[in-house]
Design a protein around this ligand. Structure first.
Ligand SMILES: NC(=O)c1ccc[n+]([C@@H]2O[C@H](COP(=O)([O-])OP(=O)(O)OC[C@H]3O[C@@H](n4cnc5c(N)ncnc54)[C@H](OP(=O)(O)O)[C@@H]3O)[C@@H](O)[C@H]2O)c1
Length: 392
């Protein structure tokens, strides 16, 4: 059905590659591209697909990207590199007239925080060029946006209050490690908490608002209020939402390590000079910590990510909870990765499949909730992330 280039062969990219390679009628030709050729070779070896192409590319460099795209002539570029590369890859797609998909909102390397402004600014040019960009096709953002679109389409006349709840009950046996790219993860959770209420964004000191919740499949955990990007697009596309919040669980040991690392300055993203070399302490930390892509074989337990929606149906107040439970060991058996990479990589593959099949089509830049949730929801059940719903 189409040719794809997958850029960024880390934890998430490896899952997208595994899952896509199993659907040769849809992903007819696959090129794995990354900053280091060895990352692509490693994934190709794991998949065992000799017909998969590999390429080295610097995704910070638009010309480098353009020459790879012109050589391979794909229908779609899937970006599972880092959020820093979103704009350069979008720019290269625009120049070559190729569709684009990513799993995370653009971030400026030197500035903490993220917002859709710079990616949404591409809408007019993508539309004019007749191509499509699908933003945030991971789990959160991604499936959580689709869950909300599903609630809106199938269960509510008006959605009022939304809580997005992300629990990782996984245990890798290490005192401290992150489950996806450490630098991106720590930048996300050390910023101020932020939520939306009555038309306004409200901020809270980092990790200061928390309470416990009994997560299906995981158990009772402390969850902390964080800012997360899907809230920005959801309030844009469903303006009737009165309040939306995002919560994530963290264990005591994780928070203790984080506190110490912050106190000693190791999470700083500004550069310091050491023996004449300038480097951000967070990059040093990343270099000495375990690679999240290698945690799969040692991680046990489950994740539970979902949304609780309060609203009105047929004149009555309703409350519904929708979620997926993903088992780290089952994910590892399926594709050799832990559940965080899995819960991101499977939706990225499904988003790409929706675009190649033409089930999700458009000209311009789109978020997940702008499309019909039904075919995506069916594929979640078919490709390893089954969901469940409860009336609360
Ligand atoms: N939406 C969600 O639910 C969700 C959840 C988790 C993660 N994510 C996102 O998924 C993405 C990948 O996360 P991850 O955990 O897989 O990270 P990762 O393991 O660190 O992988 C990132 C990959 O990007 C490649 N890369 C970095 N800079 C590059 C460049 N300039 N040119 C080409 N390739 C480059 C690296 O290449 P080499 O290996 O070749 O050096 C690495 O393999 C991130 O954007 C993250 O924010 C989304």
């Amino acid at each position: 059905m189409g040719k794809v280039i997958l850029i960024g062969m880390g934890g998430v990219g490896s899952v997208v590659a595994h899952k896509s390679a199993r659907l040769p009628d849809i992903f007819e030709e696959i090129t794995l591209a990354s900053r280091r050729a060895q990352s692509c070779e490693k994934v190709r070896r794991l998949i065992g697909g000799n017909d998969i192409d590999v390429a080295q590319v610097d995704a910070d460099n638009v010309d480098d990207l353009v020459s790879l795209i012109e050589k391979k002539q794909p229908d779609l570029v899937v970006n599972t590199a880092l959020p820093y590369q979103d704009l350069t890859i979008m720019e290269a797609c625009l120049r070559t007239g190729v569709n684009y998909l990513d799993t995370a909102n653009y971030e400026h390397p030197e500035r903490p925080g993220f917002e859709y402004k710079e990616q949404w600014a591409y809408h007019g040019r993508f539309k004019e060029r007749g191509i499509m960009a699908l933003l945030g096709s991971g789990f959160d953002p991604g499936v959580t946006n689709v869950f909300i679109a599903h609630m809106n389409k199938n269960h509510f006349d008006e959605m009022k209050y939304i809580d997005i709840l992300d629990a990782n009950g996984g245990d890798h046996g290490l005192p401290f490690a992150t489950n996806f790219n450490l630098e991106i993860n720590l930048r996300e959770i050390t910023q101020e908490g932020k939520y939306y209420e009555d038309g306004k964004w409200k901020t809270t000191p980092p990790l200061s608002v928390h309470d416990s919740f009994d997560f299906p499949g995981v158990g009772k955990r402390e969850k902390y209020l964080l800012y997360h990007e899907e809230m920005e697009s959801l309030v844009k596309h469903f303006p009737e939402i009165k309040r939306i919040r995002f919560w994530m669980t963290f264990g005591e040991s994780y928070l203790k390590h984080l506190e110490v690392l912050q106190n000693v300055g190791m999470t700083r993203i500004d550069e310091v000079e050491v023996d004449g070399v300038k480097i951000a302490p967070l990059k040093v930390l990343q270099a000495v910590m375990p690679n999240p892509a290698d945690l799969g074989s040692r991680t046990k337990g489950k994740t539970c990510i979902g949304c609780i929606v309060d609203g009105i149906r047929d004149g009555e107040e309703k409350r519904r909870y929708i979620y997926n439970i993903c088992d780290h060991e089952e994910a590892y058996r399926d594709v050799g990765s832990q559940a965080i990479s899995y819960t991101t990589g499977v939706p990225a593959m499904i988003g790409a499949k929706m675009m190649l099949e033409g089930k999700w089509a458009g000209k311009g830049v789109f978020n997940m909730e702008q499309f019909d949730p039904d075919p995506f929801m069916a594929d979640l059940n078919a490709y390893g992330l089954p969901w469940q719903e409860q009336v609360l």
